[in-house]
Design a protein around this ligand. Structure first.
Ligand code: SF4
Length: 220
């Protein structure tokens, strides 16, 4: 018999469990000083379909050359592409990064506003990246749902949703607001190292007593 799911307790236990693991990429970059809305937006775009181990040094490589809309807008997409070539879909991302930098210069006087509608209007930016920027760089409560947040919260039985987008909507209706930004920070390392896609490590999991283990057939 499982205990009722206590989200405050679960996130506290998970926070302790992931302490020793590498941080989620965007939070790591913010701690390293790359925490402006523009830097977070560009780093998130670089990270799409790319492992953190690759996207982190790739973002830092670009930022070593240019880290403001003004600096990036003066580059060519070829030069941006050569700096981010380790990232998946780098050619298209280079064009999108240049277009974003130029638009910020033309429309917003070089300052990217902390505004959901504006962020989502950029080609290549979806709710996951927009909400990470708003949460981390802007300090606003937004939930960013990537594949880890989606998988873990559905396995708990905390939400029941078929896609990350639907999980985001379900979490917005249920998750206490104080956890909105943190849930991504905690569940990305938790999903990578404990509640893994294949054969999650349930025997070592701090929330086993309250997790419904929905859809988990093989576990460690
Ligand atoms: S008990 Fe298993 S399925 Fe549930 S959160 Fe922990 S690792 Fe994931």
């Amino acid at each position: 018999m499982k205990k009722p799911f206590d989200i405050d307790l679960a996130l506290k236990l998970i926070s302790e469990a992931v302490h020793a693991f590498p941080k989620a990429a965007m939070f790591e970059l913010a701690e390293q000083g790359f925490g402006s809305p523009f830097e977070q937006l560009i780093a998130c775009m670089i990270s799409i379909r790319t492992y953190d181990e690759v996207s982190l040094p790739t973002a830092r490589k670009l930022f070593a050359r240019a880290r403001t809309p003004d600096e990036v807008s003066q580059m060519s997409s070829t030069e941006i592409d050569s700096l981010i070539s380790a990232s998946t879909f780098h050619e298209r991302k280079a064009e999108q990064i240049l277009a974003i930098a130029r638009r910020i210069m033309e429309e917003f006087d070089g300052n990217l506003p902390c505004d959901s509608e504006t962020l989502l209007s950029f080609s290549g930016i979806g709710p996951k990246c927009a909400n990470l920027v708003l949460g981390i760089a802007c300090g606003q409560p937004f939930i960013s749902v990537d594949i880890h947040v989606h998988r873990v919260t559905n396995r708990w039985g905390y939400v029941k949703a078929s896609t990350p987008e639907k999980t985001m909507v379900a979490l917005e209706g249920k998750l206490p607001r104080e956890h909105w930004t943190d849930i991504n920070r905690l569940l990305v390392p938790f999903g990578k190292h404990i509640c893994t896609g294949e054969r999650p490590r349930c025997s070592a999991c701090p929330v086993l007593e309250m997790c419904q283990q929905v859809g988990v057939s093989q576990k460690r």
